[in-house]
Write a protein that binds this ligand. Structure first.
Ligand code: HGY
Ligand code: MN
Ligand code: MN
Length: 423
């Protein structure tokens, strides 16, 4: 049974923590749904509104705000002229009718952690090794525009800029047009990163079950994400005899079931899903001629993933014969199991112990912008618990005390990174 959602309550906190909670309560109003969630797809009007509000929040604290060539939003504070930056942040865009915490918590916690670290340096008169930049990565979710983690993929040179800017949504609007429409199509490639930190909700149950407040991510599950197109032939659903049919939706449905059967054949170590399915012409009395579907396979074990991938392609050949269709792979977005830098994990463990927060090393099953960033600079990835493991759902919830503890943790980590404790 999904829990009723508790509103963020600044009243339970004082001082800077109350300010953070009040800002979070405000952030939850952008793209708010009537069911307690948010709906703010990348470069939508709601995304534009929250970005405008976030710019104001940063500039009020003396940060300089810039948008790079792919719409990543940066708030920079230069304490040491010309020094590279600790990049700390996450993403504000959401899935449709989703939760308030995924990404957005990490962006706001990054801002408040940066405010506190900058204030500490200004009060002490000492100087850090690195400057601090808060980042709201563009289109981490990959819902309106594929692939996911788009903004950080361009920043880390994993995606080519022009091709990404010309990517279209279902209505034929390009990334460039959508960003320009909300005034966020910038220039340049953003501030130079020396190291990176991100905090995010776990989106799973393990931390809640273990009574863990801070997850310290030591590696990510691998993911193979595919866009398949199932091609058949339009026909009359009544008058066409069954043996004459080339039913693309039948073929797609068999593929959906095959994906779940694969997960069942590797219990607990393989996750699979088909999350998006477009039927053409999607008309009541027409046998569909084309179905586009997005299928993903994930595992912490590369061998399991490779076996599952092989079996999936075996199923595809069988389905083509059985349903008398053809299945083509249109696009793919894959990432391997890779570790976060051990020195960053140890630094985070020191910070958590210093704060007396129950902590544990965890793996991330979801992709994040830090999944990209750790491939170019030392990166620390942190989790806070998700109640009942619910995410990408309006009932996503993390307790106020946990998001505030996460902010304290992130502030400690950002301070250590700025000092050059990691690199
Ligand atoms: O996990 C995902 O695929 C998304 O990028 N968070
Ligand atoms: Mn996320
Ligand atoms: Mn997400």
């Amino acid at each position: 049974m999904l829990k009723t959602i508790l509103e963020p309550n600044p009243g339970n906190f004082t001082g800077d923590d109350a300010d953070f909670m009040a800002d979070f309560a405000m952030l939850c109003t952008f793209g708010a749904t009537t069911n307690g969630g948010v709906d703010r797809l990348a470069a939508s009007a709601a995304d534009g509104q929250q970005r405008t509000w976030f710019t104001q929040l940063l500039t009020d604290q003396g940060f300089t705000v810039e948008f790079d060539q792919i719409g990543n939003q940066f708030g920079t504070y230069e304490l040491v002229h010309g020094a590279p930056y600790v990049l700390v942040g996450s993403h504000l865009d959401s899935q449709p009718t989703a939760g308030r915490y995924d990404g957005a918590y990490g962006v706001l916690a990054a801002a408040h952690a940066a405010f506190r670290v900058v204030a500490a340096y200004k009060n002490s008169g000492s100087l850090p090794k690195y400057n601090i930049a808060v980042v709201n990565w563009f289109n981490e979710e990959g819902s309106r525009f594929k692939p996911s983690m788009m903004g950080s993929s361009v920043y880390t040179n994993k995606l080519e800029l022009d091709q990404t800017l010309s990517t279209q949504d279902r209505d034929g609007v390009t990334v460039a047009e959508a960003l320009a429409a909300i005034g966020c199509l910038g220039v340049g490639s953003g501030p130079q990163a020396a190291c990176c930190a991100e905090i995010h909700i776990e989106q799973g149950r393990s931390m809640e079950r273990g009574g863990i407040t801070i997850g310290i991510v030591d590696s990510n599950w691998a993911a193979n994400k595919y866009e398949f197109i199932v091609n058949g032939e339009q026909a009359h659903t009544g008058s066409t005899i069954i043996t004459d049919r080339k039913d693309a939706l039948l073929g797609a449905s068999m593929l959906v079931v095959a994906a779940r059967e694969l997960a069942d054949s590797f219990p607990g170590v393989l996750h699979t899903s088909v999350g998006q399915l477009d039927v053409y012409p999607n008309s009541p009395v027409v046998v569909p001629s084309r179905v586009t579907l997005l299928l993903d396979l994930r595992s912490a074990d590369e061998d399991v993933l490779a076996q599952a991938d092989l079996q999936l392609h075996g199923h595809i050949e069988k389905i083509e014969r059985l349903a008398n269709v053809t299945i083509a792979k249109e696009a793919s977005h894959c990432w391997p199991v890779t570790p976060y830098q051990p020195a960053g994990v140890e630094l985070a463990e020191k910070a958590a112990a210093n704060l007396g927060l129950p902590h544990q090393r965890v793996k991330t099953l979801a992709g994040h912008d830090s999944t990209n960033m750790k491939d170019i600079v030392p990166t620390v990835m942190l989790f806070v618990p998700s109640v009942d493991g619910i995410s990408h759902n309006e009932h996503e919830y993390t307790r106020d005390e946990d998001i505030v503890s996460g902010l304290h943790m992130l502030t400690d980590v950002v301070g250590r990174l700025a000092e050059g404790e990691l690199n």
